[in-house]
Design a protein around this ligand. Sequence first.
Ligand code: THU
Length: 156
Amino acid sequence: MKNIQTFKHLDDLDTESKYLVHKAKDAAHIAYAPYSKFHVGAAVILDDGTLVTGSNQENSSYPLSMCAERVVLYTVATQYPARKIMKMAVVAHRKNHKELVPATSCGACRQVMSEFEERQEQAFEVVMHSASDEWLKCTSAQDMLPYAFKRNNLID
Ligand code: THU
């Protein structure tokens, strides 16, 4: 995939990314994930420096559960509609474990991130921990979802 940088260690990332990872970790601790026991946290920084966080919220009716990324994105859209997202970090840990485990955003979240970039007419960076135990920094959410379904698909 294009425009994705990889880093062996979290310390190799820029200061803002590390700060967001740290805040995403805090958010993961307050996830509601009694079914999967997989706690995800997402943190975004807005163009005025505001920090917004979210965590996954599960439900006994499993498909109603919501990923951390979409929780934070929809919070931004409702609480800060005039602001632009500059960067997002996503992390995960298992219940009762402190250490982070790899978690790269699901396709549904990438689709939603992609449309947020369109809405704000600006890309935002996404920092995640890959299955190959590297930190990824993507320049744009759209780069993580080639051939995405777009709003102009609906116009005939
Ligand atoms: N989850 C997220 O919050 N973000 C993702 O990108 C992938 C998965 C959540 C959903 C569910 O609560 C749990 O992780 C296990 O899939």
